[in-house]
Design a protein around this ligand. Structure first.
Ligand code: ADP
Length: 449
């Protein structure tokens, strides 16, 4: 169509179809809250899995002693120890080692794998005293938190069965990271209610009443709190502002029709959305001249760090944008107008992803009645007039290393909640939850017993 033949009208259309006005975000937040309730009421049967963690307590800061965590991810195995000294001393000491899992162990039996893990743990534990950690008799029991980045059907806090061994970009990768992120933040601040991962993928968890977990056969007291892993990456809704690039990405992905929300937010996808838009602009508007740059036709040739580097270019000549285009797309000379278009496309994609993440978070706040009186809540507590402070623990490179993404997200939360109420909601970086968070959970559970 003639309208989409020049870059600026293409851009105008693309901006329009990616738009996330605050009213739309509020509807998305409400849809997220509704889906969360659906997932709780119908365990395992809805798009949001709402996986119970069966945790009966969260770290309080009062924990004392020596605790361990082990973190089994894709190719590495990490063992970590912390020495805790209650609220006065907090984390007195912390140390970890990371070992690659040998190829023969990875492809061997589960006995080989767990044998290797056990040997590594024993070696690490035996060096406690050398490193000045509190000396615990070697035959005394130690509590270990286990972060296991594989799909598990958890049936209790320390048990479950494995669904499938997956490697690489496993969807469930964020499962325990999210819970660890929240646990770590909660250790320092008992207003922490939500944990969010904004990294390769995206996921979130939150503090829920134990009584809300319908499939828990022996829940603790009704007032007790637990954590639910939402698996929000699989949220989908007609309300989400999808474009041709999202449709193409989904159709060519390994899991079409799934993880719709994550595919608009996750670090694995933002760069690929950008590539698809620039490719279409090269084809339809001749953005890079009469030829289509070869590299632009290759999936995942543009990565999210490329995008955040270009988006971070605040110079008037957009030289950084130019050098990334040269390096990643192979186009040596670009005009300032072209570089500005590329910058704007980065801005539109990042802004949409960030604002949708904010809508997801506000959806959780709606569900737990921590979003002010702006929205209808699923859990109404009519006499609860006191405004509670809420802390949201976030980990992942998009939040940590992509300042414009983070700013857009935080601004959208303020817009949705209103400036006044937003003062009660804080987002904070909570790094390394999968390690320290797991050790703190082990400590909390052992203290509770
Ligand atoms: P995890 O894989 O555990 O989620 P991270 O939180 O580090 O780890 O997220 C990695 C993702 O973040 C990758 O998809 C990568 O593309 C993206 N990423 C890494 N660095 C940056 C950056 N500076 N700006 C934007 N995205 C980044």
């Amino acid at each position: 169509n003639s309208e989409s033949c020049d870059p600026s009208s293409f851009l105008r259309h693309f901006r329009k179809s990616s738009a996330t006005p605050v009213m739309l975000l509020r509807h998305i937040a409400q849809a997220m809250a509704t889906e969360m309730q659906e997932g709780l009421d119908h365990p395992g049967e809805r798009k949001l899995k709402m996986l119970p963690t069966y945790l009966e307590c969260l770290p309080t800061g009062n924990e004392r002693g020596l605790f361990y965590a082990i973190d089994l991810g894709g190719t590495n195995f990490r063992v970590l120890r912390v020495q805790l000294d209650g609220k006065e001393g907090r984390i007195l000491k912390q140390e970890s080692i990371q070992v690659p899992i040998p190829q023969e162990v990875m492809t061997g039996s589960s006995k080989d794998l767990f044998g290797f893990l056990a040997k590594t743990i024993v070696q690490f534990v035996s060096r406690e005293a050398d490193l000045g950690f509190e000396c615990v008799a070697l035959n005394q029991k130690r509590d270990i938190g286990f972060t296991f980045s594989f799909p598990v059907n958890q049936t209790k806090v320390n048990g479950g069965s494995i669904n499938a061994w997956t490697k690489g970009f496993s969807i469930s990768d964020g499962v325990n990271d999210t819970v660890g992120t929240l646990a770590q933040c909660r250790y320092w601040n008992d207003d922490a209610m939500v944990g969010v991962i904004l990294g390769t993928g995206s996921n979130a968890c939150y503090v829920e009443r134990a009584a809300a977990i319908s499939c828990w056969s022996s829940p603790p007291e009704a007032d007790d709190l637990t954590v639910v892993n939402i698996e929000w990456g699989n949220f989908c809704s007609e309300l989400l502002p999808r474009t041709f690039a999202d449709e193409g990405l989904d159709a060519d992905s390994l899991n079409p029709g799934q993880q719709e929300f994550e595919k608009m937010i996750g670090g694995m996808y933002l760069g690929e959305i950008l590539r698809r838009v620039l490719l279409k602009m090269a084809e339809d508007t001749g953005l890079f001249g009469s030829e289509i740059p070869e590299r632009l036709t290759k999936p995942f040739s543009l990565l999210t760090p490329h995008m955040s580097t270009m988006h971070g270019d605040d110079t008037s000549s957009l030289e950084v944008v130019g050098s990334v285009i040269e390096e990643a797309i192979g186009v040596k000379y670009t005009t300032l107008a072209t570089r500005k278009v590329v910058y704007d496309v980065c801005d539109i994609i990042a802004e949409r992803g960030a604002r949708l993440s904010a809508a997801g978070i506000v959806g959780i706040l709606t569900k737990i009645n921590r979003c002010g009186d702006l929205m209808l809540s699923c859990l109404t507590t009519p006499n609860d007039t006191e405004v509670k402070k809420t802390v949201i623990a976030i980990d992942g490179s998009l939040y940590e290393k992509y300042p414009k993404f983070r700013n857009y997200m935080e601004d959208a939360m303020k817009e949705m909640l209103g400036e006044d109420y937003a003062n009660n909601v804080t987002t904070t970086l909570s790094k390394d939850g999968s390690g320290v968070g797991a050790a703190l959970l082990a400590a909390a559970i052992s203290t509770e017993l």
